[in-house]
Write a new protein. Sequence first.
Length: 121
Amino acid sequence: MLCPFCSEEIKAEAIKCKHCKTILYSTEEPLGAGVNAPKIQPERPEKSKRVAGFLAFFLGGLGIHKFYLGNWGWGILYILFVWTYIPLILSLIELIRYCILSDEEFSQKLAENNGPFAFVW
């Protein structure tokens, strides 16, 4: 069986893809569902590399691009340390990295993004 998200080979009874770490089925059952009816999780909305780049350039010192990408932990740290200008420098470095990554690499790294303190490098 192939993962519907990354097209890698996985076991048929897998709940989570071991390659892209995407949850394939939820153990919770919807109301009125049968005992063995798996529920497919909806895909996370696609994040745009361009929007992340614009946010990193214009509002990067405040960490708004981190909130957009789902890294709210880093976003809070950026806000706390905005007075040091370190988040501004980091956001410019991240902007350059976003520009260097291809769209496929950016999407793949964002899919591997798991948690509030994950990096999209």
